[in-house]
Design a binder for this molecule. Sequence first.
Ligand code: ADP
Length: 469
Amino acid sequence: MKNVPITKKLVLSFFIVVVGSIIITSLMANHMIDRRFNNYLEGQLKARIEKLVSLVESAYDEKTGSVNLDKDKLNGYAEADGFYIKVQDSNEKVIYSSSKDYLVHKHMMNNMMGRQMMGKSSNLDSGSYVEEGHDLIKNNNKIGKITIGYLGSYNLTLQDIEFRKTLNEAFFHSVILSIIFGLIISLILSKQLTTPLIRINKVANEMKKGNFKIRSDVSTSTLEINELSQSMNYLAESLEKQEVLRKRLTSDMAHEIRTPLTILQNYIEGFMDGVWEPTVKRFESCYEEILRITKLVGKLQDIAKLEQANLSLSKSSFDLGHQIEKVVEVFKPLYAKKDLEIITDIDGDLNIFMDKDKVKQILYNLLSNAYRYSNDKGIVKIEAKKDSKDLVITVEDNGIGISKEELPYIFERFYRTDRSRNRETGGTGIGLTITKALVEAHGGRIEVESEVGTGTKFKIIFPKEAIEG
Ligand code: ADP
């Protein structure tokens, strides 16, 4: 499709709308006015004829029984109105007859002026010749007859034509003015729309080049453009974050793999150089490192599977409280190593319809993190509460905590906070990624609150619909 600049498109559309609406309005108005005008003209003609009839009637002399016509006056009427006038007395004897020349003259004048003043579109033509006969009545007696002939269904005077001309001129001027006005408005409007769009486009182009630090500072009163600008900034922010994560992911992954590989390398070099005796214990250490790499690759595969759309869940009905208690029992010996206390606060009757193994995995991940990142003699609290809307599971510890800067990244794969790295906790940075994927697969969400040195609280929220069959 052809790319047309928005300004051109807007101006063109405005132009079409303005011209179109003016044409429609003027056609409608012209039609309406035509009708009214015709009525007015007919009324005028009728009034002139009536005036003429009463004039002739008033010229009747009752004493002589005849009509004393002022022929000059009648000639004047015939000429001014373009009438043919014939007056007959009660015996049908013609007592006055105007010349038909006035009629022909008027006919020619009308045609000429009509064409000149109103253009071809005028429907005012002189029309065919019409003759009207009227009885002349005085004191209820018929005193004679008057015949008035004229051309057309109405008869135009010069003022009539002038009036039509003024009307058409007014329309013409309003068309010109509206076009100019419409063009100015459309130019202003299109400028208002295009300026921010051009700026947003610049931001998009910068982003295309890989500059994700750029932000759009557009501020306009157009809602959609503001939203577009905000979306653009959101996109830039997410891409910037993704970029940071991608870089971290590569270095974190390299770190995770490098550590066991370096250990293995050192052992094997030692064996080859004869520095170290290949004892069973040393082979066991090598084996542990290989297991670590295998575990890592296995977890990577797990994530890949989890992140596939439509993760298959085999749901069943079970009591969550009972499951939590079972998992806690499994963890107790481990927690005893650090002298950690586990407190549970679980609502009774937490019957849910979910994938039991996956729920167990979620609890395992959170409880092993709480163990890993807790100090000796710490407290870990597990809560499960259900209200009319949600089921909320929380796992809270009073361990080392996570800094504000690192908090947004902990659910990313391979992400490990600096503190956890320093402590050599044996984590891989994948546990929370899997936990999040499992929670979301069930239609829930996971939130975290943490403070360095105070502890961490993970909150899992499953809406009512997610836990019911
Ligand atoms: P890991 O295998 O390293 O524990 P996770 O994905 O489970 O990976 O967690 C990511 C990071 O989040 C951890 O490296 C750790 O820094 C931090 N983290 C997770 N849980 C806790 C917690 N309960 N207390 C403090 N830090 C935590």
